[in-house]
Design a protein around this ligand. Sequence first.
Ligand code: PEP
Ligand code: MN
Length: 461
Amino acid sequence: MENESSETGQPGESGETWAAGGPGDSWRTLAAAQQPDWPDRREAAAATRWLTQAPPLVLAAECDRLRERMAAVARGEAVLLQGGDCAETFGEATSQGVRGKLRTLLQMAVVLTHATALPVVKVGRMAGQYAKPRSSPVESRDGLTLPSYRGDAVNGAAFTEEARTPDPWRMRRMYEASATTLNLVRALTTGGFADLRQVHDWNKGFVAGSAAGRRYERIADEIDRTLAFMQACGVGLGELTSAEFFVGHEGLLLDYEAALTRPEGETGRSYAASGHLLWIGERTRDLDGAHVEYFSRIANPIAVKLGPTASADDVLGLIDRLDPAREPGRLTLVVRAGADRVRDVLPTLVEKVTAEGARVCWVSDPMHGNTFTAPSGHKTRRFDAVLDEVRGFMEVHHALGTHPGGVHVELTGDDVTECVGGGNAVRTEDLAQRYETACDPRLNHDQSLDLAFLLAEMYRE
Ligand code: PEP
Ligand code: MN
């Protein structure tokens, strides 16, 4: 067990505890896929009790504001940009790690805002992305079989029995790492780091240093001229010195989410206080399962991942359970069909959902349907496949007259070599150089900006 198994300290009397047996617990009688097998139930109960006493990480009013922003996405009046690590780690909840991701997302957002002339709703896949679904509960190496790594919220990545044994006190560390990250995000987005002129200067640096930069020069020049024009007109640039930024993660670990569910005083609605936007993964969207039940009881804006096998009936069932009031901004459908399938499977889903009258946001996750193993053994993705899936997603929406609501990507601000291709191309033989992800391969800083500029072109076509 990890160091804190005897921890009993409470973070203080918040008066906002969630009573067991309340609406946040109705999932407990249902099958919950992808949950850890805590070795000691009493320790797990003690850890979740600690969490029930902890202050919320986000407030209901912030979640409501994001729901309003997502309603604009659903109406075709805004675009979502969501990104961050596949799996955050406690070790990477550092100033440098958070700054890098934030900076990358802000740079992408400026390009997309200019290209679409729409507000870009920015959501980090950050400050809570610590629990992972796995295709197998165990992993074998050299004759030894151990539990799979399920994210830092559950166990350690090292292939030892000690590290891989689930430790419920890691949920406290998840809370604390999320709080640290969120604090930095809040400070950076309001403290000058997000100033549009600075972000644009970073973009000019990227264009100048990129092998594909000439192609992006026109967009960068246009942004330059727009900024100069505004300044010349005496438009107050005060508005542009901060950015509205939200955080979200997969709401996988139900012990954690339930313990951080808080009622909102006046309305009686409950909110997941662990992040603004939570999503249900492809492996846990069973209509009769615990995750759909839990998500049906929280008032946050939520999302569901849809893989290539999702049927129209599955999707209509999810809408009935998760958005019975057909409230724009409540539900986002994140399509991750794969570049080779998206053009086949998406039209029917969009048509049926539109016919149903639901006002959902449609978002593309061009990462998870395009993963393969390179000869070196590294799990990777081709930048061209990522781009092709987004293009397919856009084509389907253009053909049907619906709004391509944005993208959800795995990225980092670092110069890693995890996905192949891009303007400053990473080659298959480069993968070993800086392969640092705790789970799936991420776009590096340059590849992320390549994606933003190419997406900008697609939105303007
Ligand atoms: C993920 O987002 O890291 C993930 C596991 O995605 P999916 O549920 O779409 O497979
Ligand atoms: Mn992933």
